[in-house]
Design a protein. Structure first.
Length: 205
């Protein structure tokens, strides 16, 4: 091998070594992702994306609302009806002290969003894959743990069949982390509010 070839091989070896040194090991990646993700609440919109939740009594007479009422999570409150036309009902939390019922605000100026939270994330595994370019991205699976007792009620599970697969098996996260300076970074940081984790617009209705 001539001097140019030797120099190129040495440079390639240094470059490869630098990339390998920059990439966290699987154990380090798992630690980094758990630090960013574990404990994030999993929440979904409750009946409506905006507050207050007020519709006709007929619209809110559903098995789903019945199940939430029976579980002691929300209550129906009849609204004044001076014209004696279609009766209107407001859905209110039984207690705002419960961590599984909340009015969430994206920021101080945003309107409140009624949400129901049903556990928090716990990372199980990570997988590194090509990002389609020259870099790498990391995806992870997690379980929803710490689910409240009401999530196991037969009437809740019958009214909201999406709950069982969410709570009973690992989930693949939609968001991916990207490697930057030896650390796995989540776009916009991991959203620890639990807002917007799920793709379904309105789950609890």
């Amino acid at each position: 091998m001539n001097r140019t070839g030797v120099a190129f091989a040495a440079l390639a070896g240094l470059t490869t070594g630098a990339c390998q040194a920059q990439s966290p090991s699987d154990a380090e990646a798992l630690t980094q992702v758990r630090a960013a993700v574990d404990g994030i609440p999993v929440c979904a919109p409750l009946v409506s994306g905006s507050w207050p939740i007020e519709f006709s009594a007929e619209a809110l007479a559903t098995p789903g609302i019945d199940a939430l009422v029976a579980a002691g999570l929300v209550k129906r409150v009849a609204q004044p009806n001076p014209t004696k036309e279609r009766e209107r009902v407001r859905i209110e939390p039984v207690s705002t002290d419960k961590s599984d019922v909340r009015l969430f605000r994206i920021n101080d100026n945003s309107p409140p969003q009624p949400q129901l939270c049903f556990g928090h994330k716990q990372v199980e595994s990570v997988r590194v894959e090509p990002d389609g370019g020259t870099g790498q991205r990391l995806r992870y699976t997690y379980r929803i743990v710490g689910a409240p007792a009401w999530t196991a009620r037969p009437d809740i599970r019958a009214a909201y069949p999406f709950l069982a697969p969410l709570l009973d098996k690992p989930q693949l996260a939609r968001e991916a982390a990207f490697l930057e300076k030896g650390q796995w970074q989540f776009p916009g940081k991991a959203d620890r509010s639990g807002n917007g984790d799920l793709e379904i617009t309105i789950l609890f209705k």
